[in-house]
Design a protein around this ligand. Structure first.
Ligand code: DAH
Length: 338
């Protein structure tokens, strides 16, 4: 066989194979094309290859080279067709009418912290700069820490089952409840440490309130406690003023109204003036001598101040949120704003 005839046969084969593979539309037609051209026994490539033996010696090398090229070309055509058919079935081919390249892609959004978490981080930071370290306490408490040691009498309305989430069951004789205030942490810290003490506690508290724009059965408090020699009401006032100026702005004024809490004497209610209004943010006072005694401190040696502020209130004022329930509905369209 003259080399010209052999090369001619190869060219025709290449063209035919290319056309056939391009025309294949599914796995079956592709497999039929593969067998037709690349079949190991009677494939057309094999048939043409047989002619190679008849090409005269000096031309064999060139013929063999061309043969290899055509073989690669046909194998590539098979591979391309295979990929095209696979992509087509997953709808991603640009030639597939179901594929719309003008559709927007998936955008990734950065996550962000919940406004309460953001507030807590900032409160910890501000109070840290004022020298207060962060302390933690359990959310399931006993009566001693939630009431007794805080000088709350056994017949006090704050102990009413309607005001608290008491926990039934359990094997111990101790009555437990979800803490109703972070003042519990004051006791836990004083039980384990000697003055000077300068701490805050930030965490969840629970009361069976019906949810409305300003109430929720779970909320957060920031408790502060400072116990040392010669601590006075002036220290308390200055600390809260500095805090309010740092967190809410330098134009915020602080007002104390006389009040009563069993664990402080005297006690005050703390208001911040902001946006033309006085708003109550929590309670404070000088630590009651009975509380100091309950943890083994001598009230003649040390005095202290304490305060408890509503974190939701601070956060809502800060971010302009008007309904506490929005903080806990977990609607990301709302939460994303902060
Ligand atoms: N524990 C009080 C409450 O939940 C708030 C409070 C008032 C905390 C006076 C204090 C304080 O530390 O001194 O209503």
């Amino acid at each position: 066989m003259a080399i010209e005839a052999f090369l001619e046969a190869l060219d025709q084969l290449a063209q035919a194979a290319q056309r056939t593979f391009e025309a294949a539309t599914d796995d079956e037609s592709l497999e039929a094309a593969r067998i037709e051209f690349l079949g190991a026994k009677n494939g057309r490539l094999k048939t043409v290859q047989k002619g190679l033996g008849a090409v005269p010696g000096p031309d064999k090398r060139a013929a063999g080279q061309r043969f290899n090229e055509v073989r690669d070309l046909i194998q590539n055509a098979l591979q391309n067709a295979k990929e095209r058919i696979q992509a087509g079935s997953s709808g991603e081919s640009a030639s597939d009418p179901r594929f719309d390249p003008t559709l927007p892609g998936w955008t990734r959004r950065m996550g962000r912290q919940h406004p309460i978490a953001q507030s807590i981080a900032e409160l910890v930071d501000i109070m840290g700069r004022l020298g207060f370290s962060l302390e933690d306490g359990p959310e399931i408490e006993d009566e001693r820490h939630n009431f007794d040691a805080l000088n709350i009498p056994s017949d006090h309305p704050a102990r009413d089952p309607l005001e608290n989430f008491y926990i039934s069951g359990g094997d111990s004789q101790v009555l437990r409840l979800l803490r109703s205030q972070t003042s519990t942490v004051q006791i836990r810290v004083m039980e384990n440490r000697k003055p000077p003490i300068r701490i805050i506690a930030l965490g969840r508290v629970y009361r069976p309130d019906t949810a409305d724009p300003t109430h929720y059965p779970m909320f957060h408090q920031m408790e502060g406690l400072l116990v040392d020699r010669h601590v006075t009401m002036a220290d308390l006032k200055e600390t809260l003023r500095l805090f309010a100026n740092c967190y809410l702005g330098t134009d915020v004024q602080v007002r104390f109204r006389p009040s009563f809490f069993p664990f402080t004497e005297p006690s005050v209610e703390v208001d911040f003036f902001w946006n033309d209004r006085w708003l109550e943010f929590g309670g404070a006072g000088m630590v009651d001598p009975n509380v100091l005694r309950a943890v083994g401190f001598d009230p003649d040696e040390v005095t202290g101040f304490a305060f408890g502020l509503g974190v939701e209130r601070l956060c809502m004022r800060r971010f302009g949120i008007t309904d506490i329930r929005d903080l806990y509905t977990n609607d990301v369209r709302f939460l994303r704003q902060f």
